[in-house]
Design a protein around this ligand. Sequence first.
Ligand code: PAF
Length: 292
Amino acid sequence: MEIVETPEEARAIGEGTRGLVPTMGYLHEGHLSLVEAARRRCDVVVMSVFVNPLQFDDPADLERYPRDLERDAELAEQAGVDVLFAPPLEVMYPVEPVTTVEVRGVTETMEGLHRPGHFQGVATVVAKLFAALRPDQSFFGRKDHQQLIVVRTMHRDLSFPGEVVGCPTVREADGLALSSRNLFVADREAALSISRGLTVAAEAVEAGERSASVLVEAVRRNLALDSVDYVTLASQHDARPLERLDRPAFLAVAGRVGDVRLIDNLPIDLVGEMFVPDLGIRLDRPSLLYSR
Ligand code: PAF
């Protein structure tokens, strides 16, 4: 694996179809599952590690975001990444950008509503990564389902070549969706109420429930968070709220445990004529988040 700081160096390495796994580092099994998907489909796997200041609406969150490039490089290499693109701030933003990417229509709800500017920051940096690294395929987790919709929409509207691939959420052994923010969760039981609520909702969908308010209530009843930003059933197409489960959807939750903000969701896919909830993959061992 080669570690590089500029897009030119990254593009010069390897031949064949290129897969991009964009990350903000502090890798866990969620990121490594994206690498695995990229390895299955592409000849060269490029991982970017860049903590993008543009997408943080809370300076304290940016400040404490964990960073450890040495650790990331070791894990990325073991997972089969060919090129680790770790640009310094001045490579990504040589000057304060006056051009940003706003994806309307899919960012007015949920995360877009609760984190002003967040998706503009995400769409801008992802567009820059696409332009700089020119991947044939890029891999994003369904854990951030609205982000996946924003990226897909931006990719389509700006005519980027290639494909955006969504991959299942990876959960810790107790069900908590993997996120580097899990490191700061003090009240684990409270955090677990999110996946518990989503599991109850998944069972309700399997039993034939189609009312959004009933599914939302099934989640809310289980939540033991300090505060809840939203519980919403939304369309996988445009992230707009639904009243009924009548198309591919996701049931999304955001809230706080202490000062840690957590998000999670239950994608509900339409397979043939059946609605199939996708709780993702569960680890059978403690996450490497805690071991190194
Ligand atoms: O999901 C993330 O880690 C980030 O939002 C991304 C896509 C790497 C953009 O900074």
